[in-house]
Design a protein around this ligand. Structure first.
Ligand code: 48F
Length: 259
């Protein structure tokens, strides 16, 4: 016999046990697009307690849509080893270009990150950061549903040693910091510089340089990195997103090791 209340208890108890444990972690990554998930996979693999917050129902950001809903992505040779490691099938197209299924890439990034022990929460919006003594110490969270319905509901908080802004083009966490009175980002202007027009080659190269700390305790990866430090957009070439995620994981690992 199947009891409806047992089902309800199983879901809520299992969720909250894990959620309570994840209220404090080493790294919180905001945004489950390709860069955020790739960072999560490498941090999880290194044994770092990592949490990913995704405001949408469906993780993946711009990944499943490929290019204009043709659900393929292009990656360059330099990033192919990441997809190889995840077990994603790639096809050589020509020269430096390989293709892959955007859906296979998403499903393997997501499942491998979860298998490395990363706690991934969809439907949760990181609406703000906590800043204590001039350093980001965590995020302010609420259900996306509360935001969508414009409900006046006070948020909760999650604490971590480092926070990663992987929120894509809008660089939501860096933006929210730059709106705080007196806060200066580690950019040439002290503010979000803003994304530049499409230029795939430069965008992909700048992205790696721009993947770094943007405010004490806050790192930026993926499109958020180019938005914050002023690199071009690059369209549906995803190698840079993966390399950026891997780089930010490495930078944070070094910081954690040296503490
Ligand atoms: O936009 P998104 O895929 O970011 P990305 O990892 O990758 C960019 C590419 O998809 C593409 C591109 C390729 O060349 O340029 O655009 O930089 O994923 C960002 C994710 O963050 C979520 C959002 O729903 C998406 O899934 N997100 C955005 N703001 C928040 C958030 C927030 N405040 N809290 C939680 N999740």
């Amino acid at each position: 016999m199947i009891d409806e209340i047992v089902i309800s208890k199983a879901i809520t108890e299992t969720f909250y046990k894990e959620f309570l444990d994840n209220l404090e972690s080493d790294v919180i990554i905001c945004g489950a697009g390709p860069s955020g998930l790739c960072a999560a996979y490498y941090l999880g693999k290194a044994g770092i307690k990592t949490v990913v917050l995704e405001k949408s129902l469906r993780p993946g950001g711009g990944l499943p849509g490929g290019g204009m809903m043709f659900n393929k992505i292009v990656i360059q040779q330099e990033s192919k080893s990441i997809l190889d490691e995840l077990g994603v099938k790639t096809t050589h197209y020509k020269d430096n270009y390989h293709t892959a299924s955007s859906l296979e890439t998403l499903s393997l990034l997501l499942s491998k990150a979860i298998q490395q022990g990363v706690g991934i929460y969809n439907c949760i919006n990181a609406e703000d950061v906590m800043i204590v003594d001039e350093k980001v110490t965590g995020v302010v969270i609420n259900w996306t549903a509360a935001e969508l319905a414009r409900l006046h509901v006070d948020p909760l908080t999650m604490r971590s040693s480092y926070v990663v802004d992987a929120t894509g083009h809008d660089a939501e966490l860096a933006q929210v910091i730059s709106r705080k009175s007196g806060a200066q980002l580690l950019t040439p202007t002290g503010k979000v510089v803003g994304e530049k027009p499409m230029w795939a080659d430069k965008g992909e190269r700048d992205l790696i340089d721009n993947t770094k700390e943007a405010f004490p305790g806050l790192y930026v990866t993926g499109m958020a990195a180019n938005a914050v430090f002023g690199g071009p957009r690059m369209g549906p070439i995803f190698g840079g997103m993966l390399l950026s995620g891997k780089k930010v994981a490495g930078l944070i690992l070094d910081r954690l090791k040296n503490e």
